[in-house]
Structures are given as C-alpha cells and as structure tokens.
Design a protein around this ligand. Structure first.
Ligand SMILES: [Zn+2]
Ligand SMILES: [Zn+2]
Length: 403
C-alpha cells in the first residue's frame, strides 16, 4: 500500500473506504502546524468532508515518527524559546470556540505547548520564540477575561520542552470530582504572598494544608503543614472539609506547587462554610522566588518536587525524607532503571550504586540482562501498572520489604 521506508501516518479514504492518498511525514509536519492539528486537538479522529471523502487520523501526532521529526525541527531552531506557564479560573461559555481562537492566534506566534481549556478556565504550559514574547503578552492581555493573568517564566529552562501546540477541551482544568452544581469558582479564598504567608504562620493557631500528593510532601513542605493522606485531589477535597470541621473560624492557608489546586481547594472550603481561607499565590514555585528575591526566611523546608528531569528543586538544605531502601536521610526521587518497573522512589547515593539505580535486587538483575531478554520478560505484563503513577508510590508496599 505504501512505499518501503515511507511511513503511512495518515490516509485519505474514499467513501467506500479505499485509500486515495497516503501522506508522508513531511506532509504531516506541514499539516501539524495547520488547521488539521486544531481538528485533531478536539479528539476528532474521523470526519466527513463535503465531497464524501473521509479523513482518518491514525494517531498522527502520537506516532513516534512524527514526534521524532517534530522534535528534530525544534532542535534545528536557532532562536531561543522561553517557557511560560499560566492558569486562570474564569467562566468560558464556549470552550470549543475559545480553543479555536486561541489555537489560531498562538499558532501564528509559533507557540508550542500543552493547554487545557474548560468551562471553568485555562491551564497552559507553553514555549514561545523570544522575538515573539512581547507579541504573546500583548495578545494574552488583550483577552478581556485574562485581566490580571500572571505569566510564570521558567528560569533555567532550555525552552525545548514542547515541539507541537496541543490545545484540548476538557471537562475541568483540574479534575476535582465535584458534582454539586451550586459549587462555583467565583468565590475563592484570599491570595497570600510570601511575606503574608510568613506573617500568618507566626500565629500558632493558623492551619496550613498541603494540597499535593504524598511523594511531594515527603521531600518538602511548610513547617506545621498538614498532609491529606490521599493520592488524588478529588479525594483530598472532601477530606480537608472533614478534617477541619472544628476549625471553621481559624485562618486556613492552602498551598500546592503552582497555585492551581489550592485555589480550587480554597473555593471548596468557602463553599463548605469555612470563613477565613487563604491560598498561596503562584504556589511554592512563586513563594521560593519571592523568598530569594526579598531575602526573607523560607518557612518551606526541603525540596519542591517538580515534574521535570530534576524531579525536585532544593529550597532549603534540610533533608526531611529517607531512602526507601536503607532508611538513611535522602530526598532524591528517581525512577527505577528497569524499564519494566519504572517505580518512582527515593534512593540515596549509596543504594543507587549498590542497586545500579534500581528499586530492588530483582530489578537490578533484570536491568543487567540484554535488552532483548528484558523485552521478553516484559511481554504480557501490563506496563501501566508499573510506570510512574501518582498513586503507585504510596500504595505500593514499602520497598525495603522487597530488598
Ligand atoms: Zn539508601
Ligand atoms: Zn524496580
């Protein structure tokens, strides 16, 4: 059906399903940057054109070849890109239309990244060529509802995180499991900055709640912060309400990594009758930045877990966690080197050397096998059970029992 060496990423089919045309990767690259991608972004896998021709997308943008090609193009770029993240809770009546407009405008500015749009707002991680940065700002601030939007510019970033622009419409920008139709993001807690946070913390009565996952809390958190023992935000919300029943009139500060979760949590607490709810503006990332700039004491100790290759950014020298293998102080997260396991866990330098970066002697043995033998072992195993998963790190039995 297709020439050797040519990868059939996308097929034009006639009304009877016959292949009319096979599109090659170069053509796909072009399409990716055009309106076709906007269609794909809406999860539209198949649609009919006016002339009865069906276009069937065969996982176009998830195909390894096209990803590799797109990535290659990114690395061929000579201009530096700036990585920016932002989110905003705002009422979007027609998320599909909002997405389309946004896509067209950002595409013109050669923006790459991952954006989620929902009726409740927008959450974006993008990169933009430096020469387009001012244009991007002008465009974003021209959207009336984006008034006061805070753009977080990533420092120490090579701008190579994204090589396509994906904008998806979702039910929520943060999955919350809230079914109560009277809940709204219009009434939120008060923002606090680093100074105000430290000030509030001086009062022993102030309650601080960490809205992140266990493995994030484990390596770093605010002094006195309460952990909500669940791996999902949707479970943490009602849990926070239950645990704080006798503290309805106390000052409650909620925080998370970048601010998006705790902002929603603050609205949820207010909705449930709590009166003095605050949330940390821009999350720990922004707090750390402010603390550095203003030279004030950090009340956050240890490391801030972040989802990049570093798996954590040190805020203070304190090491508050322990190695999951030997129990010595350690706070370096790593993924087990055995690709059939890939468990996220904390490992000290000594154990990393002993187990060659693996989580158990069994994994070390597998890791040392030839690649082909490893593949045979992995066959039939549901890899979804083993790859990095927020819930896994907590619900799995402690690793030291395995050693
Ligand atoms: Zn160790
Ligand atoms: Zn392992």
């Amino acid at each position: 059906m297709h020439q050797q060496g040519q990868v059939p990423l996308c097929l034009w089919r006639g009304a009877r399903g016959e292949v009319l045309q096979t599109l090659n990767p170069t053509r796909i690259l072009y399409l990716c940057h055009s309106i076709w991608f906007a269609l794909q972004a809406s999860n539209l896998k198949r649609f009919s054109t006016a002339r009865g021709i069906k276009l069937i997308f065969m996982a176009v943008l998830h195909n390894r070849v096209s990803q590799v090609e797109l990535k290659k193009l990114l690395y061929q770029e000579t201009e530096h890109r700036t990585t920016i993240s932002f989110y905003q809770y705002l009422a979007i009546d027609d998320p599909n239309k909002f997405r389309d407009d946004l896509y067209i405008n950002l595409n013109t500015l050669n923006v790459f990244g991952r954006i989620y749009v929902a009726k409740e707002g927008i959450n974006a991680q993008i990169s933009v060529p430096d020469s387009q940065l001012d244009e991007l700002r002008t465009y974003l601030y021209s959207i009336p509802t984006f008034d006061g939007l805070r753009l977080n510019i990533a420092i120490d970033d090579d701008g190579k995180s994204f090589w396509v622009l994906k904008i998806k419409v979702r039910e929520k920008i943060v999955a919350d499991g809230i079914t109560d139709p009277s809940f709204s993001m219009e009434r939120k807690g008060n923002y606090v900055n680093a100074r105000q946070m430290n000030e509030l913390l001086k009062d022993e009565e102030t309650v601080v709640i960490d809205m992140r996952n266990h493995y994030e809390y484990e390596v770093g958190h605010f002094t006195r912060a309460i952990e909500l023992p669940s791996d999902t935000f949707r479970e943490q919300l009602p849990m926070a309400v239950d645990m704080m029943q006798d503290k309805k009139d106390k000052n409650i500060i909620m925080y998370c990594t970048g601010g998006i979760r705790c902002e929603k949590a603050s609205a949820y607490m207010l909705h449930h009758g709590f009166n003095n709810v605050f949330h940390l503006e821009g999350g720990i990332i922004n707090y750390a930045k402010q603390v550095n700039e203003a030279g004030i004491q950090s009340k956050f100790i240890g490391k801030n877990f972040v989802f990049d290759d570093r798996l954590g950014e040190r805020i203070t020298p304190d090491i508050i966690a322990t190695c999951h293998q030997c129990g010595k102080p350690a706070d370096t997260h790593t993924n087990c080197k055995n690709d059939g396991c890939h468990l996220l866990f904390i490992q000290c330098a000594e154990c990393a050397a002993t187990y060659d970066g693996c989580c158990s002697p069994e994994c070390t043995t597998v890791y040392h096998l030839p690649l082909e033998a490893q593949k045979v072992l992995r066959k039939g195993i549901d890899k979804g059970q083993h790859i990095f998963n927020k819930a896994r790190a907590r619900v799995r039995p402690p690793i030291k029992n395995k050693v």
